[in-house]
Structures are given as C-alpha cells and as structure tokens.
Design a protein around this ligand. Structure first.
Ligand code: SAH
Ligand code: F3S
Length: 434
C-alpha cells in the first residue's frame, strides 16, 4: 500500500464548516489515503475552509495564503473551500495564483473529483447535494454532527450565507437517521443536528417529497436505539411554534439547551433586518421556553451597530438581555457584507459607537453569567464525557450544555455520569463524580 498523503486542514467559522471539513476528509479518503497533519510544512494537501460572515476572516485569507505558500513543500497543493470560496470564486485564483483549486460551501461532495485539476473552480450555489451519502469521518468518535439541511432561504439583510450556501433544501429524513445510526454504532451517544435554520426543516426537499417538519424529525431521530442525547443548531425564533417547544421540553432525549438568535431587541431594527419577529414575539418565545422547561439554558446571537441603530434601539437590546438573562451570548459588531441589502443602507453606524455598545453589552452579559455560573456550586449534572484533557482531566457537557471538567481518564469517555459541581468559573465547571 502506498504511504498516505498528508492533509493539513484549517477550519474557520461555524459548526457547519466543521462538519464540511469532516465530509471533505471522508470524501478524499474514498479515493486516496490521507492522514491528517498539524505541520503545514509536511502537508501534501492544504485546505482552508473559510467563513465570510464577517469581513475580517476574508481579509485575512489572502495574507494567510501567502504565508502558507512560503512554508509549504513545493509540490503541496492549496485548496480554498467554504463560504469565501463560494463568494469570490475564480477571483481567488486571480489574486492568488498559488491556489490550486476553489471549492464552494455547496460543492463539498466534489472534492475528490477536483483535487487534482489545476485551477478548478466549483462554486455553483444551485448544486443540490442534499441526498448525497457522504463518506464517514468524525474527528471525535463520541460526538456526531449531522447536517439536516443545506442553504438558507431567510435572507436576513445583514447576512451573506444565503448567497454563499444557496437556497434551503432539507436532507431526506431516512438519510439523517442512517447517518446517526452509523455514528451510534461507532461510539456516539450524542448527536448535533446542523442547519442554518433547523426548525424550518421539511419545507423543501430536493429529489423527493416527504411530509415531515422539524418536530417530526426530532421524534423520528429520538427513536434511534443507543442514542441518548440530541442537540441542534441553529433554530430561528420565527419558527418556534408551540408544538416544537412542547417537543423540546417533553422529549427526554433532547438536551435542554436552545439557541434563540435575537440579533436586536429593537422591533424597528428587526424589521430592517427582515427577521420576521418583533421584540415582543421574541420575549414571548423565551417566556414559553422558561415556562415549559425552567431548567433549559438559552443562548443567543446579537449584532450591534446595524445600520440605523440609535441609542434607544440599543437600549431595547439591553432590555432583552436583562429580561432573558442568556446563558451564552455570541455578540458581533455589524460588518457590511457584499451581496447583502443592509450594506447599501445609508445609515451605517460609526464604528466607535458600535464598539462602545459591544463592550457595554458584553460587560453586562459577563456580570449576568457570573451570577448564573456562581449559582451552580453543589449542583448535580448528568455529564456526557467526550474529550480527554491534559493533566489527568476529562471534559464533557451537562444536559443543558455546560462544559464540565473532572479528574479522570479514558474509561469515562462515552459515558453519562452524575457529577457534583465543586468549583465554578465563567466558562466551565469543575466537578467530582458521585
Ligand atoms: N443561521 C444562523 C446564522 C448564521 S451566521 C442563525 O440563525 O443562527 C451566525 C451569526 O453571525 C448570526 O446569527 C449573526 O449574529 C452573525 N452575523 C451574520 N452576518 C453578520 C454581519 N454581517 N455582521 C455581523 N454579524 C453577523
Ligand atoms: Fe443568515 Fe438569517 Fe439565514 S442569519 S443564515 S440569512 S437565518
């Protein structure tokens, strides 16, 4: 057997990109043998799986290609993949001829086909790979990420994703079940269902028709024997109907952790963002979650400095933060993106004002988080251990998504065990087995 080639892969951005990278590794290995390396200078193939949601990583890409090109073996190939590949296409090769091929976020299944074609560009955002059965590769055998849809139809005015990942298509439910069943057979007790808008599942299929929505999918997936935990990201507040929230609260396999991306607390801005809900709708959905499932943790995404955001609009965002007291906050300064409506709005907010607002938001969230995590002392969580850590530690997640460390070794991997919290910090809990 020939020696495996060495593959260096850098993954930026969201969980979908992480999964796309796993798919690329699996597809490459169907034709040739590749072993992963973290040493760029040893690599025969270098993949950069890019993100274009904000401007910064895009700007970094070209300087990174320059650095990689200097460090790599002369024969090594460079492939630019992911959302920036979809967005810039052949311009990437024009600006950086050392790049060997460009593969869009919607064309992942074609990697083995184009890897040896000099200056190939595959970035068709209409390409439908929703029914494609990818090869199997998972970076952690105890965790499974499984796509349930590709693309996004929402067209939020700040977001480049619909332009890079194309229109939304649901993956056949039998294929999803098949993938999860395989993962369970090789050690995973937990699955993370992935999509840009998971609770819109079932609105459109590619090659066949099916009568199923996200609630139905959750019910179907929870029947998989040996699967103990189901997580999903990201749902959209607009599609959080009562049936879905009731399923979330009552299904014991669904982890009690939910992402409810707010973006802004101002109804005026939500309208300009085309999010489809008001501040009141949002608060109502969070109140419903709390009422049905008081133990659930709620995380969110917030953008500050969206065009037209006044001090009063920002105050409304702060008000939602106070009311909901999110367990996790991903907050961003608005970044104008090409191919989006909001980039053309004339009311762009001064960068310094946006920075002040971001730090105000983050400071208050940190205080709230310290109170929430401080209250965890002595609590008992069922922890699914899935990662060995240095210094004799092992890490896992509580049902509600908190990172928990205990002293322990590989025999805990893949097990769900009760843990008492003995020490708390902002980002994680330390515990002992009971
Ligand atoms: N479908 C996902 C969103 C993917 S983008 C969801 O609904 O959660 C992830 C997050 O990046 C968004 O929720 C938003 O908060 C942020 N984001 C997207 N476009 C942005 C932009 N132009 N500037 C700043 N943040 C942005
Ligand atoms: Fe982007 Fe809105 Fe879809 S944030 S990914 S257009 S739900």
């Amino acid at each position: 057997m020939p020696k495996p080639k060495k593959l260096f892969i850098e993954t930026l951005g969201c969980a979908m990109n992480v999964r796309d990278s796993e798919h690329m590794i699996a597809e490459l290995n169907r034709k040739e043998s590749y072993a992963l390396t973290e040493d760029l200078s040893q690599a025969d193939l270098i993949l950069i799986n890019t993100c274009s949601v904000r401007e910064k990583p895009v700007a970094k890409l070209f300087s990174e290609i320059g650095v990689f090109n200097k460090k790599k073996k002369p024969t090594a190939k460079i492939g630019v993949c992911g959302c920036t590949a979809s967005h810039l296409g052949k311009e990437i090769i024009k600006r950086a001829p050392s790049v060997d091929f460009v593969l869009g976020a919607r064309n992942v299944s074609k990697i083995a086909e184009i890897v040896h074609i000099k200056h190939a560009v595959e970035v068709d955002t209409d390409y439908d790979e929703s029914s494609y059965a990818f090869g199997v590769y998972r970076s952690n055998p105890f965790k499974a990420m499984v796509n349930i849809s590709i693309g996004c139809d929402k067209g939020c005015t700040f977001c480049i994703v619909p332009a890079t990942r194309g229109e939304e298509i649901s993956i056949p439910s039998d294929l999803i079940v098949q993938e999860i069943t395989k993962a369970v057979a090789t050690g995973a007790k937990e699955v993370m269902l992935l999509g840009q808008n998971v609770n819109n599942y079932g609105r459109r299929f590619g090659t066949h028709e099916e009568q199923i929505d996200f609630t139905g999918l959750l019910q179907k997936v929870s029947k998989i024997e040996g699967l103990a935990r189901i997580r999903f990201t990201s749902p959209h507040p607009l599609h959080m109907d009562d049936a879905f929230l009731e399923e979330f609260a009552s299904n014991p396999k669904i982890c009690k952790q939910i992402h409810v991306p707010l973006q802004s607390g101002s109804t005026k801005l939500l309208k300009a963002m085309k999010r489809g809900y008001t501040k009141e709708n949002f608060l109502n959905r969070c109140a419903k979650i709390r009422a049905l499932c008081p133990e659930a943790t709620i995380s969110t995404d917030i953008i500050v400095g969206f065009p037209g955001e006044s001090d009063a609009d920002f105050e409304e965002t702060m008000e939602v933060l106070e009311q909901v007291r999110f367990d996790q906050l991903f907050s961003f300064k608005y970044s104008p993106r090409p191919m989006t409506e909001a980039a053309l709005y004339e009311t762009q907010v001064d960068a310094e004002i946006a920075s002040v607002r971001l730090s105000c938001l983050q400071t208050r969230h940190t205080e709230i988080l310290d109170e929430i995590m401080g209250g965890q002392l002595d609590k008992v969580h069922e922890v699914y251990f899935d990662e060995l850590k240095p210094y004799g530690k092992i890490a896992g997640r509580s049902d509600d998504g908190k990172l928990v460390f205990v002293d322990g070794s590989e025999e805990l991997l893949g097990k769900i065990v009760p843990v008492r919290v003995v020490k708390t910090s902002r980002g994680a809990l330390d515990g002992t087995l009971i």
